[in-house]
Design a protein around this ligand. Structure first.
Ligand code: AVI
Length: 334
């Protein structure tokens, strides 16, 4: 039990989880991606300091409805969401970022239980320290145990094994940036963590009119284009490459059948680029595309199917007023 007078810093713990699995380096991934046909770059590399700031700007754009719609759901239905599993509950959040939207759930949980433990996981120590610090300042009955870690690696460690009822959150349609088979594999690993009675809260963007989707990923002000092209700026800086960033265009394509919104960097002309650190030259034909991101959109049936394939089932779903976005409570399939 937390004494009401416990100082904020005594309710905050940050653990840095060492990477056990050796993941390919940026250089290795870039070399493999440019060696592949079609050429590709992994969207996880968007998020250097500039890319993270550009993503924050994207979330404020009039065309990018996702963050606003998810926030509206948590604001309106947070009370029902935190009561859906039974209390007391504790929260774990995969890829917590600023944790701004999580506040709605924290506040609701603290209405029905005296104290709450929240375990945010984020790869950025800076984002984690700043969000966790401000949360413990705001809520005297909140204890935060944050993990600086890649959320994929921490799933296989004992850090998240809890005896209390646990609500694991994976919000913001981050699931959509995984290929369908990878998304199921990821959910299966989360499912392995869940005890009977636990839940996974999954934010997932919904299939909708192609024009709205294309605009959300190719906004009029060009912020998403800059976010995409920043990958080339990063490669120039970190891998001593000589990309002429203006020589590439941000292009998007929506594949209705799969719900895949694909982003590319398309070469405006035939050109050769040197990647100094890799000791290679990469040739681009005019119009040749580098695939940089897929953002999958789902029907309710797609979400149910994905959950089922991971050994989970959808217990409840909540929507914003325009039914553009969904927040789903997944539980272990019995
Ligand atoms: C982080 N992720 C859920 C965003 C999305 O909507 O797929 C990334 C993004 N890419 C372009 N705009 C936003």
């Amino acid at each position: 039990m937390l004494a009401a007078t416990t100082a904020p810093m005594e309710r905050l713990q940050i653990v840095t989880v060492p990477q056990t699995l050796r993941l390919p380096s940026f250089a290795e991934d870039v070399a493999a991606g440019f060696g592949a046909r079609p050429k590709r770059l992994n969207s996880k590399y968007f998020y250097d300091a500039v890319g993270s700031a550009l993503f924050d700007a994207i979330t404020q754009l009039p065309e990018y409805y996702l963050t606003r719609a998810e926030t509206a759901i948590l604001r309106e239905w947070g009370w029902e969401i935190v009561r859906a599993l039974g209390n007391p509950v504790e929260f774990v959040e995969l890829g917590s970022g600023s944790a701004a939207k999580t506040r709605f759930l924290i506040e609701e949980a603290l209405r029905v239980q005296r104290a709450l433990r929240y375990s945010p996981i984020d790869i950025s120590a800076e984002a984690l320290r700043s969000s966790a610090g401000s949360l413990v300042e705001s809520y005297p009955a909140l204890r935060v145990c944050g993990y600086v870690a890649d959320y994929l690696s921490i799933l296989d460690t004992p850090h998240l094994r809890r005896s209390e009822t646990m609500l694991v959150m994976f919000m913001g349609s981050n699931i959509g940036n995984y290929e369908p088979a990878e998304a199921v594999a990821l959910l299966r690993r989360v499912a392995a963590l869940l005890k009977p009675g636990d839940g996974l809260l999954l934010g997932a963007d919904l299939k909708k009119d192609r024009r709205d989707l294309m605009l959300a990923y190719d906004d009029a002000a060009g912020v998403t284009a800059a976010f995409n092209k920043n990958l080339l700026v990063r490669i120039n800086r970190e891998l001593q490459a000589d990309f002429d960033v203006k020589g590439f265009e941000h292009t998007v394509e929506y594949e209705e059948k799969t719900g895949g919104l694909h982003s590319y960097l398309t070469s405006r002309s035939e050109q050769d680029v040197a990647l100094g650190a890799l000791g290679i030259h990469v040739h681009f034909e005019s119009g040749e595309r580098i695939h940089t991101e897929s953002a999958y959109k789902y029907s309710l049936q797609d979400i149910a199917q994905m959950a089922r394939a991971a050994g989970l089932s959808v217990s409840r779903s909540w929507f914003d007023g325009g039914r553009r976005f969904s927040v789903n409570l997944l539980v272990r399939a019995s």
